[in-house]
Design a protein around this ligand. Structure first.
Ligand code: ACO
Length: 431
């Protein structure tokens, strides 16, 4: 895929230069390969926040932020949202192709038969304080999988990698539901393998020993769709974290646990929880105007949560789908949530405000998802956990791709040092 075009960079002060090849992918702008820059010129590049930096090649997901396009393995997210299921999408992300029916049956069977937690892992939860945040428990519990499955794991072995992917995708809903049930003092439920992935998860969340659970199929369908939309998003902060940790040769459970902690931040996956809290604080459509004013005030750290995105400078295509679905799900479940009205008013006000227009700040994937989670009975602190269940498919697909790529190296950025110049140690009485 290498393009013969070259960018020449000349450092006039030293008269050293570097000829940097342009690399093109299948879609998207060509990148300048700066791999030899330091050797040729003695300079690094500086790009905090990675606004102009591609950290890897990847064949999994493509985003065109200006056009609002998202493709998983080439398939538009709109088509997958309409026609696929989360498990099929997980297979697609991992394997590169949509499964034939027999391939899907094998995959579903494998996932279904690895859903149980190790019995000893249940004791692990007893150590948490009763009000621990479920994301804290999730990160720790996933990292602890390393302790249960480490000894026989060789990250260089493709079938071991595949088994780790199966285990993670299969166990994540079980662990997530356990986090929730521990926090409310309910007994943990074993996965019921006669149910499909999302319905099984909802049972583990909400079934109580004393009575059968009446499950509305609309809830499972809505959650499945949300999982599809959250399954991957190329080199975002959490996926890049998984890759950076993975580049050291760390095991997949440790790598994904690191991704979970990165996801938790409110600038990333934690935004879904923050959006709902913010909508509740705003309270009524009448307060929207003052919220927008606060968001524009540079002396106020207040931001509209669920707005803006590093890559999308157009509508986030996932937000469009979720917005439509939000209306449908609430109507089908017979839920009348006044927060939806607040959210719509906020969206309308922001989209016609010069501040948001000039900065191309649109609602992102998390703006409406919380209202749907709430309608499904999922508590606010569990929103980012929902995101993590879905994103596990993407994280592990990237971890596998990284290990399959020949010549992968440990990730090791450099810095511009701004500390003290070299100086001599002075003894205590002379300081
Ligand atoms: N509300 C108000 N102003 C905003 C917002 C917002 N939500 N987002 C960005 N801006 C402003 C910034 O203040 C900045 O203004 P300036 O140019 O006058 O300084 C400008 O828009 C650009 O913002 P940056 O922070 O430079 O954009 P960046 O790409 O670094 O950040 C981010 C993207 C983190 C998503 C940001 O838009 C944000 O904080 N949004 C709210 C949190 C959120 O919804 N996160 C979820 C993202 S989607 C996901 O991770 C799943």
């Amino acid at each position: 895929m290498s393009d013969p075009k070259i960018v020449k960079l000349v450092d006039e002060s030293s008269n050293r230069s570097s000829e940097l090849p342009l690399i093109s992918g299948t879609l998207g702008p060509a990148c300048i390969d700066i791999g030899t820059l330091y050797k040729d010129t003695g300079h690094f590049t500086y790009d905090p926040g990675y606004g102009s930096t591609a950290s890897t090649k990847s064949a999994i997901t493509y985003i065109d932020g200006d056009q609002g396009v998202l493709l998983y393995r080439g398939y538009p997210i709109e088509q997958l949202a309409e026609k696929s299921s989360f498990l099929e999408v997980a297979y697609l992300l991992l394997n590169g192709e949509l499964p034939k029916p027999t391939e899907f049956a094998t995959f579903e069977h494998d996932i279904t038969h690895h859903t149980m937690m190790h019995e000893a892992q249940k004791n692990f939860f007893q150590g948490f304080h009763h009000d621990a945040h479920p994301m804290a428990m999730l990160a720790a519990a996933v990292a602890s999988l390393s302790a249960f499955y480490h000894d026989d794991l060789d990250v260089e072995n493709p079938s071991d990698r595949k088994m780790a992917a199966i285990r993670l995708i299969a166990k994540m809903p079980t662990i997530a539901a356990a986090c929730y049930r521990y926090s409310i003092g309910w007994p943990m439920r074993y996965p019921r393998n006669n149910l499909e992935y999302v319905t099984r998860f909802l049972h583990m969340m909400f079934e109580v020993p004393s009575e059968p659970l009446q499950m509305n199929p609309v809830a499972a369908k809505a959650l499945d769709l949300l999982f599809i939309l959250h399954a991957d998003h190329e080199q975002n902060a959490s996926t890049s974290t998984v890759r950076l940790v993975g580049s050291t040769g760390a095991n997949p459970y440790a790598s994904i646990a690191a991704g979970i902690t990165a996801l938790w931040g409110p600038a990333h996956g934690g935004a879904n929880e923050a959006v709902l809290k913010q909508l509740e604080e705003i309270g009524t459509p009448d307060n929207v105007e003052s919220a927008v004013l606060r968001a524009k005030d540079k002396n106020d750290s207040f931001r509209l949560m669920g707005f803006g995105h590093r890559v999308y400078k157009n509508f986030d295509p996932r937000a469009k789908i979720i917005r439509e679905m939000c209306h449908k799900v609430l109507a089908e479940l017979g839920v009348n949530d006044p927060l939806l009205e607040v959210a719509m008013k906020l969206e309308e006000a922001a989209l016609k405000d010069d501040y948001f227009v000039e900065r191309k700040l649109y609602p992102n994937v998390d703006f409406y998802s919380g209202i749907i989670y709430k309608a499904l009975g999922i508590p606010t602190e569990m929103f980012t956990v929902m995101f993590a269940i879905a994103r596990t498919a993407g994280w592990i697909a990237h971890w596998i791709e990284q290990h399959e790529t020949p010549g992968s190296r440990i990730g090791r950025p450099r810095q511009i040092y701004t500390g003290a110049d070299v100086r001599n140690y002075t003894s205590g009485d002379k300081r």
